[in-house]
Design a protein around this ligand. Structure first.
Ligand code: GLA
Length: 689
C-alpha cells in the first residue's frame, strides 16, 4: 500500500524514476496524429526529455459521451513513450469539463461576483463546489487510475491542472451553500461569526446561516472579513478537489501524486502553505512576466517560495516556457540564453527537475502562438537548438540531484495577508503587499543574499535574520515566533503596515504597529500615507514615498528621521535592542538605493553570509568581481558545492572562481570571464578548497 511522502519524510532526491534531473514537458497528443506521435517521441529522446505530462486536457477525448471511455489512444501514447524509456506524468484529465457535461448540468458552470455565468468555450468552466462536477470527475479519475495505476511508465500523477487558475472564486448558489457549510464548521455558532465579521457595523448582523452570501457585487464596500473568509473558503474548496482526486488515485496506485502550483507574480487566490502537506512532490508552474522591471528576480522569488513550500526538499518545475507566452499584452520572445538562465535559476534554487509547456506548439486554439520545445518552424530553429543543448546540460547536472540550499535569511510571506492587506477602504489604495515583498526581496537579491521564504509562524531557528514585509494580518502566535526569535538573539527587519490586525481583521488597539510594537520599541498613533506621487525627505538625504507615520520611540533608536513635512523630526527608520537581538523598523517606502544600504547594514550586523558583496551605492562589486544583476547561488551536498553564476546583464563580467564548470565542461581557476547573458555551474570540492 502506498505510504504518503510528506515533505518531512521524503527521500533526499526527487524520485520519479529518473537517474538524474527531470527534463520534461507537457504533451497534448490529442492535437496530433499517430505519425506525429512516433516522430515526437523520437525527437523527445534527442532533446533529452525523460518525463512527459499527458492527459491534462484529455477528458472530452477519453470520455466523448457520458460513461463511454475510449482509452485506446492513451494506451498507445503511454506505450510509445515507455518503449523509449520516457516516463509519464499522467494527468487525471479533469482540468476542463467536456461540453456534454455542462450542457447536461448547466448548474455546474461557475458564476462571477455579479452572478453572471461563465460559459464553456474556454477552459476550467466549472464551479469548484459543484457536486455533479465532483462526481463525474471522480468517476473519470477512478477509471483512469484503475487502468494505469501500476503501468511501469507512469512516474507521477498530475491531478487536474493549475487548480483555481480561472475558477478560484465562484459566487453561484452552490458555492454560497458550500460557503455557509464552511463558515458553520469554522465558527460553530452564528454569534461567533457575527463577532468575527464585526457585523455590528452597518446593520449586518446575521440571524441564521442561510442569510449569508458570498461577497457578491455590492453597492458600497463589502464586509472585509466576508471577503477574507471567502478567500480562505475558496482556497479550501480547490484543495478539496485535489484531495478527492488524490484519494481515488491512491486507492488504485502507489505512484506519487501532485498538482502544479502557480507560485508566480500575479496569481494569488490559493494559500499554498495549507496545500503543501498534501503533495507527494511540490511542483510549480512559472512563466516569466515581461511586464515586470526585472522578471528574473521575480522568478527567483517564486523559486525560493516553492522551495519553502517543499520545506527545503527538492521540487519540480512542472511548466515554464522556451520563449514567448500567449497571454501577456506583448509576448516577448526570450533572448538567446534567457531560457537557459531561467532554467538554471530554478535548479539553483532547489528544483530537481524542469519541464516546459509544451512539447509541440499547437497549430489551433488560443495557445497556438505560445512557444514550445518544438516550434512551428520545426527543428530548424533557434529554440529547438537551444532546447537540445539545454537538455544535454540538465543531463550533466544530474550529479547535483538532492543537494540543498542553505540560507541565513528567512522572508515571511503570506497569501492570506495578500487577501487582507490589499483590500479597499484602507489608508491608501497605492499600497500593494506583493510590491513591498518584491522590494525587500529585490534588495536581498541584489546583495547576493540567498533567502528562504517561510510561512507566518514557521520556526525561525537557524536563521540570522528574518525579514517581515508589511505583514498587516498576523496571528498573535505568529508574531510571537518573530518576537522570541529576536529575544533569543536574532535580527528582524519589519516594514510599515505590519502587525495591524489579527486573523479576524480586527485592529489591535493601543497604537501601531500592533503586534510588533513591543519588539520594535516604537509606537505610532496614526498612519500618514502620502498623496499620490509625493515623496518626503529623510535625514540621510534620501526620500520616502507612499507611507509615513508620526513614530515615537519607546526604547528604540532612530536610524533615519523624516526631514520635511508635518512629520519632520519623527523617526522614519529605527532599531531596537530586544532581549538578545535587534529589531529594525522601516515606516516608509525607501528608495531602492537607500533600502539596499539599509538591508546591507542590517544583514552585516546580523552576520548574514552572502554569495557576493555589492556596493549598493555604486552598483559595483567589492569582492568577487561580479556586479549588479549577476545571480550567484550555491547548492550543497556533503563536501561538494555547485555554484551557479548567472549573468543577467548584456555585458561580459569577470569573477574569481575555482572549480569545474558543468556548462562549458572545463576547469576554471582564478579570474575568469563570463559572457553577456552567460552561465556557469561550478562544481567545487569543499575539502580541497
Ligand atoms: C498554464 C497552463 C498550461 C498553459 C500555460 C500557458 O501554465 O497550465 O496549460 O495554458 O499556462 O502559459
Amino acid at each position: 500500500m502506498f505510504t504518503q511522502l510528506h515533505p518531512q519524510t521524503q527521500t533526499t532526491a526527487l524520485g520519479l524514476g529518473t537517474e538524474g534531473l527531470v527534463f520534461g514537458c507537457d504533451y497534448n497528443p490529442e492535437q496530433w496524429t499517430y505519425d506525429t506521435w512516433v516522430e515526437d517521441v523520437a525527437l523527445m529522446r534527442e532533446a533529452g526529455v525523460n518525463l512527459v505530462a499527458i492527459n491534462i486536457f484529455g477528458w472530452s477525448h477519453i470520455e466523448p459521451s457520458p460513461g463511454q471511455y475510449r482509452f485506446d489512444d492513451l494506451d498507445t501514447i503511454i506505450d510509445l513513450l515507455h518503449s523509449q524509456g520516457i516516463g509519464v506524468n499522467l494527468g487525471t484529465g479533469t482540468a476542463s469539463p467536456p461540453p456534454w457535461l455542462t450542457t447536461r448540468y448547466p448548474e455546474a458552470l461557475p458564476q462571477a461576483a455579479d452572478v453572471t455565468t461563465r460559459w464553456p468555450g474556454g477552459r476550467q468552466a466549472y464551479c469548484p463546489s459543484s457536486p455533479v462536477f465532483r462526481d463525474l470527475a471522480l468517476r473519470l479519475v477512478r477509471a483512469t487510475a484503475e487502468r494505469y495505476g501500476d503501468h511501469p511508465a507512469v512516474r507521477l500523477w498530475h491531478v487536474s491542472n493549475e487548480l483555481g487558475c480561472h475558477n478560484a472564486l465562484c459566487y453561484c448558489d452552490q458555492s454560497a451553500a458550500a460557503f455557509r457549510r464552511w463558515l458553520e464548521n469554522r465558527y460553530g455558532a452564528i454569534e461567533s461569526l457575527n463577532a468575527a465579521w464585526g457585523t455590528a457595523f452597518w446593520s449586518q448582523r446575521y440571524s441564521t446561516w442561510s442569510e449569508i452570501q458570498p461577497p457578491r457585487t455590492t453597492l458600497s464596500f463589502t464586509n472585509p472579513m466576508q471577503t477574507i473568509d471567502f478567500h480562505r473558503f475558496s482556497s479550501d474548496e480547490q484543495l478539496a478537489q485535489y484531495r478527492a482526486e488524490a484519494e481515488v488515485v491512491r486507492q488504485a496506485s502507489s505512484i506519487p501524486v501532485t498538482t502544479n502550483f502557480m507560485v508566480t507574480a500575479h496569481i494569488e487566490n490559493l494559500d499554498y502553505w495549507s496545500w503543501a502537506d498534501d503533495m507527494d512532490v511540490i511542483a510549480n508552474d512559472h512563466y516569466l512576466d515581461h511586464r515586470l522591471d526585472r522578471p528574473h528576480v521575480e522568478l527567483s522569488l517564486a523559486a525560493d517560495t516553492t522551495r519553502g513550500l517543499a520545506q527545503g526538499e527538492p521540487w519540480l518545475l512542472m511548466e515554464h516556457s522556451t520563449s514567448a507566452v500567449n497571454w501577456q499584452p506583448r509576448n516577448l520572445a526570450k533572448k538567446p540564453g534567457e531560457m537557459v538562465r531561467n532554467t538554471l535559476t530554478h535548479i539553483a534554487r532547489g528544483a530537481d527537475g524542469v519541464c516546459f509547456f509544451q512539447w509541440r506548439a499547437s497549430v489551433k486554439g488560443s495557445e497556438k502562438f505560445h512557444s514550445a520545445l518544438m516550434p512551428h518552424a520545426g527543428t530548424q530553429s533557434r529554440v529547438w537548438d537551444e532546447s537540445v543543448r539545454l537538455g544535454a546540460l540538465v543531463g550533466r547536472l544530474g550529479e547535483l540531484k538532492g543537494s540543498r540550499i542553505v540560507a541565513d535569511v528567512a522572508l515571511v510571506f503570506s497569501w492570506e495577508n495578500r487577501w487582507a492587506a490589499d483590500l479597499d477602504a484602507h489608508p491608501t489604495s497605492d499600497f500593494s503587499y506583493l510590491d513591498q515583498v518584491h522590494r525587500l526581496y529585490g534588495a536581498l537579491w541584489d546583495l547576493g543574499i540567498t533567502v528562504d521564504v517561510v510561512a507566518p509562524g514557521a520556526p525561525l531557528d537557524g536563521y540570522s535574520l528574518v525579514v517581515v514585509p508589511s505583514l498587516y494580518l498576523v496571528r498573535d502566535s505568529e508574531a510571537e515566533v518573530v518576537d522570541s526569535f529576536v529575544a533569543q538573539g536574532g535580527t528582524a527587519l519589519v516594514t510599515f503596515f505590519s502587525g495591524i490586525v489579527d486573523e479576524t481583521d480586527g485592529v489591535r488597539p493601543g497604537g501601531y504597529p500592533g503586534a510588533f510594537r513591543r519588539m520594535l520599541g516604537v509606537r505610532a498613533d496614526e498612519f500618514s500615507p502620502l498623496a499620490e506621487g509625493r515623496v518626503v525627505a529623510l535625514s540621510d538625504g534620501s526620500t520616502g514615498s507612499l507611507w509615513s507615520e508620526p513614530l515615537e520611540l519607546h526604547g528604540a533608536e532612530t536610524v533615519t528621521s523624516y526631514a520635511d513635512g508635518p512629520l519632520a523630526g519623527h523617526p522614519a527608520v529605527t532599531t531596537n535592542r530586544h532581549g538578545q537581538g535587534h529589531a529594525w523598523y522601516v515606516s516608509t517606502v525607501l528608495e531602492p538605493a537607500s533600502l539596499a544600504t539599509l538591508v546591507d547594514s542590517v544583514a552585516t550586523s546580523a552576520g548574514v553570509t552572502r554569495s557576493r558583496r555589492v556596493d549598493p551605492a555604486h552598483d559595483t562589486t567589492t569582492d568577487s568581481g561580479t556586479g549588479h544583476d549577476v545571480e550567484i547561488v550555491r547548492r550543497t551536498s556533503g563536501d561538494q558545492d555547485w555554484v551557479f553564476v548567472l549573468n543577467h546583464t548584456d555585458e561580459a563580467i569577470a569573477h574569481d572562481i575555482e572549480g569545474y564548470d558543468l556548462v562549458t565542461e572545463t576547469a576554471l581557476s582564478g579570474r575568469v570571464e563570463l559572457a553577456a547573458g552567460g552561465t556557469h555551474v561550478i562544481r567545487q570540492n569543499r575539502k580541497a578548497s
